[in-house]
Design a protein around this ligand. Structure first.
Ligand code: SF4
Length: 130
């Protein structure tokens, strides 16, 4: 599965809110799939990914907030430091190095979803943290 780096964060904080009903349904199915199969291979790509595929902000393969999401992707990629791995490995790195550190605010502080995400436990914590 190909994912934008910053989606390592969004997926773990997802609580059923999204940009449109179709997007939310798609993201619900995707998060369920990753929860069921944490050994799934993930490749990080700085471009439209499997989540963007159903997003109303996806304009022919380019996000209409391209500059903003590119900055998010770069910050997450630099921190996680790996382009590929299993979902379990990459999501754990994102939790431990971003979601549970000051980097969460530094990277996501200006995102429209930040307040919601800040108040939400990362949904994978209880299942996968060792
Ligand atoms: S198109 Fe943009 S807003 Fe939509 S999921 Fe992709 S990165 Fe996020």
């Amino acid at each position: 599965m190909e994912l934008r780096p910053h989606h390592l964060l969004c997926i773990q904080k997802f609580t059923g809110h999204g940009y449109s009903p179709a997007f939310t349904a798609h993201m619900t199915a995707l998060t369920a799939s990753l929860r069921q199969s944490p050994a799934q291979s993930v490749t990080l790509i700085c471009g439209a990914d499997v989540l963007c595929a159903k997003c109303p902000h996806n304009r022919k393969g380019v996000c209409d907030s391209a500059e903003k999401v590119a900055a998010l992707d770069a910050a997450v990629l630099e921190t996680v430091g790996s382009m590929s791995g299993t979902w379990d490995t990459l999501s754990k790195a994102a939790r431990e190095q971003i979601l549970r550190t000051d980097k969460f605010h530094q990277i996501c502080g200006t995102c429209q979803w930040y307040a919601l995400c800040r108040s939400t436990e990362d949904s994978y914590a209880s299942e996968n943290i060792s």
